[in-house]
Design a protein around this ligand. Structure first.
Ligand code: ADP
Length: 568
């Protein structure tokens, strides 16, 4: 069939005898340009800045016949047979597409009985090639012939090119990373026109012309994919994905815009993590990397690589979960250590309730019950019961498993609450506690329980360090204030033995401990909590002896209003 079409085309082409001699042995194409003529004839709308005029004209000119040389010159991998019925846009070398489109438009719309246009074209493949496009009434109104004359007799140029192409293709297909070859020439042309019109900020231009995004997703085409990409997409064959690039981007619409801006700005490549919806409906996290070729005329070999990150991100999420579980375990173990302190704290209101209840029973047992006294005592009982409930609630909050929150907080309140757990413990160790909390500090944004835990951990460490040293007159000083940089700062100093200089760098590492019963997680957790809050923690030794830990947190932005709860 293709053989027949091919010989027909040579026969038709012969209707122009003066060119026949000149072009004998040259590549010929026979195109059906009915669609292209209608498009060009439709007038200037086709010249809208975002419309790809050249792409449209060539995309609407279908190949109905070609000779073997034509197939060799710009052939699709499968050769001539595959080219029949497809638009010439799919095959024509990028460097002369503009010339071809203009000549076709000219010839197709000119209604004279015989029209011939010739133009010298630049081409990497041929030497001084001349492009001729003609139509003659004998061959039909919409049949246009195209021929190229140049050093085409030298077939080696084609074959060597083809061989290297073949090698490249094999290489690409066997690379284990998913790769896609994309033809972005249409956008190259649109961008060139926009730049000529003075557009230099594509991002703003896209805000005003969102239709250009849809145009890009349709006109930029995937032309080839390797095996790894087919596997990633769950495609049954490598041709499943050949077509508009839209199918790649549907789960990440914003990616289109960023890739376009990168291409427009002349960057060599663009990379980002995006969501990819596969053909069999899986949603993957992939690392996308687009490499734009230089020179830009070769945009038909824009290469996209995709790297499946789903497993890695899942592992990271599991690690985060593990870390959260660890944090909770460490918190519970800290609370275990504080059991006596907590018991003492709860015992106080319970004892008060007991005493007041007994007294009020006595007032009631009198011949003339003193109801005023009973009311007073019962009010006290209720207050003590409320206090006990509050303590229990705080302990529960410390042990509960909950997602970290971001709320505006007064750091001083967080310090006070942390002290609640520890005051008794510290007092029974005969350690003096001094707290100088700054007044009028800005609030910080964070998770109350996590920040309490940081302070409890540091207090426990200081108390233990002082206890280990066995010295009398232990002192822990707490202070809050504002740094010069406007951060809210918490400092804790003790007069224990301090931290050996060689350990200063290591104490924040997980599982670093110098204690027999230590887990070595406390400071590692403190650091990760502070980092997650956008703040930090540093340790130092005081010149007069003892350790000093300084924490800082960003102050709540002045504009922040209302109470919003979001995951950290
Ligand atoms: P753990 O308390 O289980 O050892 P941490 O991560 O809380 O774990 O502390 C790690 C190490 O840092 C401790 O073993 C100790 O050597 C040192 N350290 C922490 N706080 C102090 C302090 N206030 N004074 C001296 N050394 C300290």
């Amino acid at each position: 069939m293709s053989e027949m079409r091919s010989s027909t085309s040579e026969l038709h082409a012969g209707f122009v005898p003066e060119f026949d001699a000149l072009y004998r042995g040259s590549p010929y194409w026979e195109l059906d340009t009915a669609d292209a003529r209608m498009f060009v004839g439709a007038g200037p709308s086709g010249r809208e800045p975002q419309a790809d005029w050249v792409g449209e004209v060539l995309g609407r000119s279908r190949v109905v016949g070609l000779n073997e040389r034509a197939a060799h010159l710009v052939g699709a991998p499968a050769g001539r047979e595959e080219m029949i019925g497809r638009p010439i846009a799919d095959f024509w070398p990028p460097d002369s597409q503009d010339d071809l489109a203009e000549l076709i438009a000219d010839v197709a719309t000119d209604r004279s009985p015989r029209v011939i246009r010739t133009r010298d074209i630049g081409s990497l493949l041929l030497q001084d090639p001349v492009l001729t496009v003609w139509r003659s009434h004998e061959t039909g109104a919409d049949t246009v012939f195209v021929a190229v004359r140049g050093a085409v007799n030298d077939r080696r140029s084609y074959w060597s090119l083809r061989a290297s192409e073949e090698r490249y293709r094999k290489l690409i297909h066997h690379i284990p990373n998913p790769l896609l070859r994309v033809d972005a020439r249409a956008m190259g042309r649109v961008f060139a026109r926009l730049k000529a019109e003075g557009v230099n900020d594509l991002d703003s231009y896209l805000d005003a012309h969102p239709e250009l995004l849809a145009f890009a997703e349709q006109s930029v085409r995937i032309t080839e994919i390797n095996r790894a990409a087919a596997l990633l997409f769950g495609a049954t064959s490598a041709t499943d994905l050949v077509g508009p690039v839209k199918c790649l981007l549907q789960a990440s619409p914003e990616t289109t815009r960023r890739v376009m801006v990168a291409q427009f700005d002349g960057r060599r490549s663009h990379a980002e993590v995006m969501k990819l919806c596969t053909l069999d409906g899986r949603l993957l996290d992939v690392q996308l990397a687009v490499t734009f070729p230089t020179p830009p005329e070769q945009l038909d070999v824009t290469v996209i690589s995709l790297d499946d990150l789903t497993d890695r991100l899942r592992t990271e999420a599991q690690l985060r979960q593990l870390q959260a579980d660890f944090t909770r375990a460490a918190r519970i173990s800290t609370l275990g250590e504080l059991a006596t302190s907590i018991a003492h704290e709860v015992n106080q209101p319970l004892a008060a309730i007991f005493t007041n209840a007994e007294t009020s029973l006595r007032w009631l047992a009198r011949d003339e019950p003193n109801l005023a006294k009973v009311v007073q005592l019962t009010t006290r009982i209720a207050a003590s019961a409320r206090h006990a409930t509050e303590i229990v609630q705080r302990i529960r909050a410390m042990t509960a498993k909950h997602a970290p929150e971001r709320r505006p907080l007064e750091l001083n309140e967080v310090v006070d609450e942390a002290l609640l757990f520890l005051r008794h413990d510290i007092e029974t160790r005969s350690i003096r506690l001094s707290a100088r909390l700054g007044l009028g500090l800005p609030r910080v944004i964070g998770d109350r329980v996590q920040l309490q835990q940081v302070i409890v951990n540091l207090l426990v460490n200081s108390a233990q360090a002082i206890g280990q040293a066995g010295a009398k007159g232990g002192l822990v000083e707490l202070s809050t204030g504002l740094s010069e940089a406007g951060e809210v700062v918490f400092v804790i100093r003790d007069n224990g033995p301090g931290i050996p200089a060689e350990d200063l760098d290591r104490i924040f590492e997980g599982f670093f401990t110098t204690k027999d019963e230590g887990m070595g997680l406390g400071l590692a957790i403190c650091q990760s909590i502070m980092t997650a809050h956008g703040g930090g923690i540093v340790a130092s030794n005081r010149p007069e002896g003892g350790a000093c830990f300084r924490l800082w947190l960003p102050a709540e932005p002045i504009a922040a209003q209302g109470w919003e709860t979001r995951p950290l």
